[in-house]
Ligand binder design. Structure first.
Ligand code: 6R9
Length: 686
């Protein structure tokens, strides 16, 4: 029911959970040892003394480490027989084979016994102070039954196009309950982007809401789904929940889902839903992300390894303790929402906050007002929002009581020193550690963070610092190019920069790209054979700490959202007036990076540049999402190219950063005059 007050959705308590949990669970015996005090998961590892030794062992004997942790942290219906079976050179990654479990049982049912009164979800709706109460397990079970009754089977893929709300979380968990994979598509994506992801995922079921509400603005999500359906003939059914009171047109394909108001579809369902018994390596979800070529890739995460890694990182990176309220403000449409709004916190029995709004709605005090009202202990957000709030001044922070805060997290892009210091000094009153966490959709969970094991370790502003348990980062020489690919040696010294790779597998890493394992291999394992290539560059300091320096490929990061420059170019090139285009990122004071497009028109085209710019911006918003729309469009007669016809993006990047000194070697340019024209055009545009 919608209620105007202190929120929440409890873990409690279907009769199934009470009845059968004990028989469902398999928790192996634990022995005592001296690491147990700070990492009870590792208590089975005999003879390890201290945190440093445990971290060492997690890499040198990762099988023992992960086996102990997996036995302790997850509930298995059948124990695994093989800890790992991985071969990075072939992109083969398997963990905990033989093991059987259900992710929703791990996130919900088992906490019914240990903390039945604890709140699972707090929904911070867009309308400040409006929350909802529901029982998360019950909602999940009803939804699971509803999906099953409508023919959704184990192994099917369900696309979820919803804002961050309890029903969206219940939808994800309901899929996990019945063994279907979910494919959450960020609700800011356009109809075309949604359709492309539905088609690629071969989803025949979609779950959405009538309308979304964010920052006081209504978005027509159901209408967007209707448009997407025109190019998704395989979708058989669309479940529609009601986020606002406004009715929407329903077609024969649509099923009204909500339990409130007149639509009782969900209420018909039983609150007991038998969980599917899943293999460790069955698919849990697909999540699409951008790469350096045009088509987004559906990264595949599986059950046990992903859940374990999300749970363990959630606990140790943020120093989460039982009973804490965890406030990650990411949208569930991104991996951060999956791992640190939903799976990590819920697997740990935490109270997790679902934030539906924006940092400045209705005013720039929104986050800190929420921290005070909900008594948030760990706050996890993006540098772009911190930079924005910093500009509004300290008074918006100081108005509110933030004494409950213990840890502040940052994710999605590098955090500049000014933002880091403001976050630490003003938001955290100088007493909360700021953890700058580096990771990716591909890694499933945080890989590099300041305090993975030691809550008192030194933190250097703006540095992700230390690898998490079981993570073995290496830097590779990026200078050597063989057959057009980066190739190189491991750089062993400190105070050096290189391509960030991982030398060994960990349970949370993605298993493949949906329907395209070859692309998975080519992208991540071929550039440096035997290693996982992250696509990022990093610097390792004299002390051995890591700092991320940015992408090495054609992916840019706008407000923490990844977008491939090729994706934007694809859309721009669809305009009949455009001959070709090149998109690059540039430094933006709030968004981190902005989008800058160079456009060459076809011969004989005579248009007003301002009109065409508007048209191109509209096309990108419509075909991808608003955040991908170019901040600048520069029309040019031609683009700088090599003699073999390749656009020299390196040169374009330097021009938009106004770093003319750094243009570098131009000897391979086909026509040096093209660069001069580009520089002049850029100066005119500014
Ligand atoms: C979690 C997430 C991944 C890319 C990644 C990198 C950038 C993420 C960062 C960071 C510097 C950090 N990135 N965290 N860069 N410092 N702490 O954002 O996943 O959307 O897949 O983006 O984001 O470039 O490769 P995803």
């Amino acid at each position: 029911m919608w209620l105007p007050c202190g929120c929440t959705s409890k873990y409690v308590a279907s009769s199934f959970a009470r009845r059968t949990l004990a028989s469902y669970l398999h928790v192996s015996g634990r022995s005592r040892c001296n690491v147990a005090a700070f990492m009870p998961e590792a208590a089975g590892l005999e003879g390890v003394s201290g945190r440093a030794a445990l971290r060492e062992l997690s890499v040198s004997n990762s099988e023992s480490f992960w086996a102990a942790v997996a036995r302790h942290r997850l509930c298995w219906s059948t124990p695994f027989h093989t800890v790992q079976d991985c071969d990075l050179s072939r992109g083969k990654i398997k963990w905990f084979e033989g093991g059987k479990l259900n992710v929703s049982v791990n996130c919900l049912d088992r906490h019914v016994h240990t903390c039945p009164e604890r709140v699972a979800l707090i929904w911070e709706r867009d309308e400040r102070g409006w929350c909802c109460t529901d029982e998360l397990l019950e909602m999940t079970c009803r939804l699971g039954n509803l999906l099953r009754r409508h023919g959704v089977k184990r192994g099917d893929c369900v696309t979820i196009y919803m804002p961050t709300c309890p029903l969206a979380v219940a939808s994800m968990l309901a899929c996990a309950r019945i063994g279907a994979a979910h494919n959450v598509v960020f609700a800011g994506f356009s109809a075309d982007a949604l359709a492309e992801r539905i088609r690629d995922a071969q989803s025949s079921t979609v779950i959405t809401v009538n309308q979304g509400v964010r920052g006081g603005k209504v978005t027509e999500l159901k209408k967007t789904v209707d448009t997407a359906m025109q190019s998704c003939p395989t979708v058989k059914q669309v479940f529609v929940a009601m986020r606002t009171d406004n009715p929407v047109t329903m077609t024969a394909r649509d099923i009204a889902m909500e339990e409130v108001r007149e639509q009782k579809e969900m209420l018909k369902e039983d609150v007991v839903c038998e969980p599917a018994v899943m293999n460790s390596e069955d698919v849990l979800f697909l999540l699409y992300t951008s790469g350096s070529t045009g088509k987004p890739k559906g990264l595949v995460h599986t059950q046990a390894g992903y859940l374990l890694y999300a749970a363990l990182t959630h606990r140790y990176v943020f120093s989460y303790h039982d009973g804490d309220v965890f406030g990650c403000v990411a949208d569930i449409g991104w991996i951060t929402g999956h791992s640190y709004v939903v799976y990590g916190p819920l697997a740990n029995g935490a109270t997790t906050v679902l934030f539906e709004s924006t940092p400045i709605y209705p005013d720039p005090g929104r986050y800190w007002d929420m921290v005070e009202r909900l008594k948030i202990n760990q706050f996890y957000g993006a540098p772009t929002a911190i930079r924005l709030l910093l500009k509004y001044g300290d008074q918006w922070v100081n108005k509110y009581d933030r004494s409950t805060l213990k840890t502040l997290g940052s994710v999605g892009e590098p955090i500049n020193t000014e933002a880091w210091e403001w976050y630490h000094r003003v938001v955290g009153d100088g007493r909360c550690p700021v953890v700058d966490t580096w990771w990716q959709t591909e890694t499933g969970g945080i890989c590099i963070a300041p305090r993975p094991s030691d809550p008192d370790a030194e933190i250097v502003p703006g540095m992700a610092m230390r690898p998490f348990f079981g993570i073995n980062p290496v830097l590779m020489d990026t200078e050597v190019i063989v057959f057009g690919f980066l190739q190189g040696e491991v750089l062993t010294s400190n105070n050096t920069s290189g391509a960030l790779c991982m030398a060994q597998p960990w349970p949370g890493m993605a298993r493949t790209i949906h329907n395209n394992h070859q692309r998975f291999i080519d992208t991540y394992f071929q550039p440096y054979p035997g290693y996982f290539f992250t696509g990022d560059g990093a610097y390792r300091s004299e002390e051995g700490y890591y700092q991320i320096t940015g992408r090495l490929d054609d992916v840019i990061n706008v407000s923490g959202h990844r977008i491939g420059t090729a994706e934007i170019e694809d859309v721009v090139n669809q305009c009949p007036a455009v001959a070709e285009s090149a998109v690059v990122g540039y430094t933006h004071s709030i968004k981190g990076q902005g989008v800058y497009a160079f456009v060459v028109l076809k011969k004989g085209i005579d248009v007003q540049e301002a009109d065409l710019s508007r048209q191109l911006n509209g096309m990108v918003s419509e075909k991808i999402a608003k955040y991908a729309s170019p901040d600048f469009i520069q029309f040019a007669k031609r683009l700088p190219k090599t003699r073999s016809g390749k656009i020299m993006r390196r040169v374009l990047r330097k021009v938009v950063e106004s770093d003319l000194e750094g243009l570098g070697d131009l000897s391979t340019l086909d026509d040096p005059a093209a660069v001069q024209e580009i520089i002049q055009g850029h100066e005119k545009l500014l």
